[in-house]
Design a binder for this molecule. Structure first.
Ligand SMILES: *Cc1c(COP(=O)(O)O)cnc(C)c1O
Length: 392
């Protein structure tokens, strides 16, 4: 059979049918699996036979979820994890040891930076942080003992772009493992494998679930690198639950159609914000005014569902704006059918010093918008109403 296209793979890849011939894939809610005979059990244990043994190792639902992701992102192997952070942590810890050095983008998810700057040093792993779009800095940071390079593109929350071809070439040259957090773009919008990135990491909690229900994650890559990650997950227990895998695999069926609408809504809102007199600046990879517009479109199918902007005004004005909104949810999540608005300065980034927040681009008037699937005219009216309420 010819290789199918994205939507078909996402919908038609499925776990082996049970004897009941269900059309919708059933949920295999079981912690362990039986053997056909004592000999069969022995063969599964010694590796001469394959088969499910225990759901911390494998389960038809987690297998289906991972198989889909591997086909969608064109990686030969993958492992499902309990959350996005379990995937991030595994991609790092499984490959690092005392004396290693890593280079990570400063513009990364807060908990990822915590792992890099607080947990890894306790294990004897040193780090250098660089600005995601400063290729010279990436190159200059390479040391003799650099083992891994980590970035997230587009980055949270300022939507800056890392140059995937450049990073992959740098890593090949110096025999370094490249890891990209592909959460914001999703497999539909960006395929790190196409650029030669070794490992793609996901928080499936965001757009892959897309409806704010479950946590999950995945690491995708070569058989060699993933077997190390799989061993780590299987032994330490940060595996994805069958229930969450079942939800996430079903969610992948609608990822393409959802991302198209998230993007269409986001682009329309970004353009509307750009011409609004109370908006200082808009950051959206799909806008020509984005400083890395050309690079973004080389790597990404489109700009995705997140928009960031700065209002003209203070911290207090930003909070007045948020409080006036009736439709947008005030929460720190993203990638949901429901539009979500976040003030990173006082929430997700509040634990950083003011100076570090400014370095990260998180000023008091900075706002992150995860554009949902509501009617875009209704979203724009809500934002318009909120901006009118700024008292200055
Ligand atoms: C949310 C998020 C994570 C962590 O994922 P969880 O599923 O919440 O553990 C990692 N990276 C990015 C970019 C995220 O947005």
């Amino acid at each position: 059979m010819d290789k199918k296209n994205f939507e078909t793979i996402a919908i038609r890849t499925q776990a082996e049918q049970s004897t009941h011939r269900e059309h919708s894939v059933p949920l295999y809610l079981t912690s362990s699996f039986t053997f056909d005979s004592a000999q069969h059990g022995a063969a599964i244990f010694d590796g001469s036979a394959t088969g499910n043994l225990y759901s911390r190792f494998s389960n038809p639902n987690t297998d289906e979820f991972i198989q889909k992701l591997c086909l969608l992102e064109d990686y030969p192997s993958g492992v499902a994890t309990a959350s996005g952070m379990a995937a991030v942590y595994t991609s790092l810890v499984a490959h690092l040891q005392v004396g290693d050095h890593i280079i990570a983008s400063r513009n990364s998810f807060g908990n990822t930076l915590y792992i890099v700057t607080k947990l890894l040093p306790k294990m004897g792993v040193d780090y250098t942080l660089v600005d995601i779009d400063d290729n010279e800095a990436w190159e200059a940071a390479v040391q003799e003992n650099t083992k891994l390079i980590y970035l997230e593109t587009p980055s949270n929350p300022t939507l800056r772009i890392g140059d995937l071809s450049f990073i992959a070439a740098l890593c090949t040259k110096h025999d370094i493992i490249s890891v990209v957090d592909n959460c914001f773009a999703t497999p539909y919008i960006q395929q790190p494998s196409e650029f030669g990135i070794d490992l793609s990491v996901h928080s499936a909690t965001k757009y892959i679930d897309g409806q704010g229900r479950v946590l999950g994650g995945a690491v995708l890559g070569s058989e060699k690198l993933i077997s190390v990650c799989y061993d780590y997950i299987r032994r330490t227990g940060a595996c994805l639950s069958p229930f969450n895998a079942w939800i996430l695999s079903k969610s992948l069926e609608t990822l393409a159609i959802r991302m198209d609408r998230h993007t269409a809504n986001a682009l329309q809102i970004a353009k509307w914000l750009e011409q609004h007199p109370l908006i200082d600046s808009v950051y959206y990879p799909g806008l020509e005014s984005h400083v890395q517009y050309n690079l973004a479109l080389q790597q990404m199918k489109n700009g995705g569902g997140l928009v960031a902007f700065k209002i003209k005004g203070s911290d207090e004005d930003a909070l007045d704006f948020l409080n006036a909104l009736e439709l947008h949810s005030l929460t720190a999540n993203l990638g949901d059918t429901r539009s979500i608005i976040t003030h990173p300065f006082s929430t997700t980034h509040s634990k950083l010093s003011e100076e570090d927040r400014l370095v990260a681009g998180v000023t008091p008037n900075f706002i992150r918008l995860s554009v949902g699937l509501e009617n875009v005219e209704d979203l724009i009216s809500d934002l318009s109403y909120g901006l009118e309420k700024i008292k200055n």
